[in-house]
Write a protein that binds this ligand. Structure first.
Ligand SMILES: *Cc1c(COP(=O)(O)O)cnc(C)c1O
Length: 330
């Protein structure tokens, strides 16, 4: 068929792992006009599109502030710095995550400590967290909870433990845009939510981008300084900062895509439900959905006893798969 020929650039990948071209074609007019607006305006960094997108995103998530930054990694890194995490401090996270969760801890000069995941949800085990924090030499200042694959971590016990040990919480929401935990959006619950707009995320830019959400005015103020050379006023640096901003082109593109997010997530959920209904539970561990949460299926991840054989079988039929993640970070 004609259409098939046009969209499959990689012929061995008849069902590619993702297809950003198809998504673009479905929103082409709005994207093109957003890009043209920015170029016509002649203003590319920290301008109106960014402000509009930050307001839209804060309102979507239900947090007081949204601060656009250069990437998800930078959202985590500067998020840690804005909480006062620095040289030698300990930060707890899970090793079954994308590498940047841990790179960000090291960029802040801090030391990552790993705790295990819950085998059903693949997110942080509250029991393991408590076990770690209760050891004297493992006293951490912050934790990064990863809402992995789009599944919100089971936050209630984690928050209770974190409060008891006076530990700050960053939610790594790079894979969970729009996911709900007990009716609240991920990114609105901890001290900071760190989002990535890497092109393949549930909301993706056409380049790099990221964002921090917070309800705390001081943290928001510090993040605004950190992302822009530490400058309060032009050429007056209040603190040592970075160059890590969400640019106007990306913000304009993301405003268009944010309006589509709920529909796209719903479609992901429908497809996930279809896969789960068709897979034999005695052969494949399909994703577990926590009743009080809304999984947004950034990835549909299963466990299978004959994983490599299954991958080869699917590849033969033109269906692309990947392993998330082949090497645990520890
Ligand atoms: C993608 C991702 C990041 C990093 O985001 P970038 O925008 O690529 O820097 C961090 N954590 C997780 C869990 C991710 O999936």
């Amino acid at each position: 068929m004609n259409t098939l020929k046009k969209t499959s650039r990689i012929t061995s990948d008849m069902v590619p792992f993702f297809d950003l071209k198809a998504q673009y074609l479905s929103i082409k007019d709005d994207i093109d006009s957003a890009i043209k607006d920015v170029i016509d305006s002649g203003w590319f960094i920290l301008g109106k599109k960014g402000e509009v997108f930050e307001a839209e995103f804060a309102s979507y998530i239900g947090s007081r502030h949204a601060i656009g930054v250069g990437s998800g990694t930078e959202a985590l890194h500067m998020g840690l710095l804005s909480l006062g995490i620095g040289q030698g401090d300990k930060v707890i996270t899970t090793p079954n995550t994308a590498i940047p969760t841990v790179s960000a801890i090291r960029f802040a000069g801090a030391v990552p400590l790993f705790v295990d995941i819950d085998p059903k949800t693949y997110t942080m085990s509250a029991q393991a967290l408590e076990g770690c924090l209760s050891k004297r030499d493992r006293k951490a200042k912050a934790i990064i909870v990863v809402h992995l694959f789009g599944q919100p971590a089971f936050l209630d016990p984690i928050i209770e433990i974190a409060r008891r040990y006076d530990v700050k919480i960053i939610e790594d929401c790079a894979q969970s845009h729009g996911a709900l935990y007990k009716g609240k959006k991920t990114g609105s619950i901890g001290d900071i939510g760190a989002f990535s707009f890497y092109p393949t995320k549930n909301v993706g830019a056409y380049g790099d981008g990221g964002l921090c959400t917070t309800n705390n005015d001081e943290i928001a103020e510090r993040l605004r300084l950190l992302r822009n050379y530490g400058q309060k006023d032009r050429y007056h640096a209040a603190i040592e900062g970075y160059n890590s901003r969400l640019d106007e082109l990306q913000a304009g593109i993301l405003s268009v895509k944010l309006k589509k997010l709920d529909g796209w997530n719903e479609r992901r959920r429908q497809l996930a439900a279809l896969y789960t209904s068709l897979l034999d539970p005695s052969k494949a561990d399909t994703p577990f959905e926590v009743a009080s949460a809304r999984h947004v299926y950034h990835l549909y991840v299963i466990r299978h006893k004959k994983r490599d054989g299954l991958m080869a079988h699917l590849k033969d039929r033109g269906i692309a798969t990947l392993i998330h993640y082949p090497i645990p970070i520890h």
